[in-house]
Design a protein around this ligand. Structure first.
Ligand code: AKG
Length: 226
């Protein structure tokens, strides 16, 4: 199993999800929801597929147009992958590191994203991009809007794996008040429609060791980009 340090990890797929919250759907906006534990029954298929994607397109730290190295390491799968460098943010069909097309989006990824979107009442979601974010303790993602996608009518489906994190969900201006939402292994956040362009981010990850994934959090974010 993937690990971010040398500590042996065991494959406890259901690690840390409280049985009382799993299965709950929590509205966090007019068209935004946290689906508690929704990914848990998929993990037996999802994690090996993720491992294969990471072998073909390993995590790397990217640089923002402003010259800052992101603390979150990234990679992608699907027809399009999100990248950033000194020239700007964009989607590309090829992994700039290998020159190869991004790895194909595994069927289980697509099925999970579509099932979660449907559960949040977004029909017909066809993701063509899966951005994979890896947080180690201390890594964070500052508040931003997802607006590099052409299809702003499609929702975002965001799957949390590994260590818990605090997700910030704000308004339409960077300075708007944010909700702080604890996300656990297997939780999924879906937002779209009138909420599609809301600012969001992740606070610095706390130290910890997740039984299934070790000292890291992995987030899969599905979008229709092209
Ligand atoms: O890691 C997360 O939960 C959110 C990721 C995110 O905001 C993004 O990839 O745009």
């Amino acid at each position: 199993m993937m690990r971010s340090n040398d500590t042996p990890v065991t494959l406890d797929l259901f690690a840390d999800q409280a049985p009382t919250t799993s299965g709950r759907i929590e509205p966090i906006g007019q068209q935004s929801f946290v689906l508690r534990g929704f990914a848990l029954p998929w993990l037996e298929r999802l994690l090996p597929a993720l491992e294969k994607v990471l072998q073909a397109a390993p995590f790397r730290q990217m640089v923002t147009p402003g010259g800052f190295t992101m603390s979150v390491a990234l990679t992608s799968c699907g027809a399009l992958g999100w990248t950033t460098d000194r020239r700007g943010y964009r989607y590309t069909a090829h992994d700039p590191q290998s020159g190869q097309p991004w790895p194909e989006m595994p069927g289980v990824f697509r099925e999970l994203a579509q099932a979660a979107a449907r559960h949040a009442r977004f029909e017909g979601f066809e993701p063509d991009a899966c951005l994979i974010n890896r947080y180690v303790p201390g890594a964070r993602m500052s508040l931003h809007q997802d607006k590099d996608e052409r299809a702003l009518d499609a929702p975002i489906v965001s799957v949390s794996l590994g260590l818990p994190a605090v997700f910030q969900f704000g308004g339409f201006e960077r300075g708007d008040k944010c909700q702080r939402i604890a996300l656990l292994h297997g939780d999924i956040v879906v937002w779209g429609g009138v909420d599609r362009l809301r600012y969001h981010g992740v606070l610095a990850l706390k130290e910890g060791l997740h039984p299934a994934l070790g000292a890291q959090r992995i987030n899969l974010t599905f979008r229709t980009a092209g």
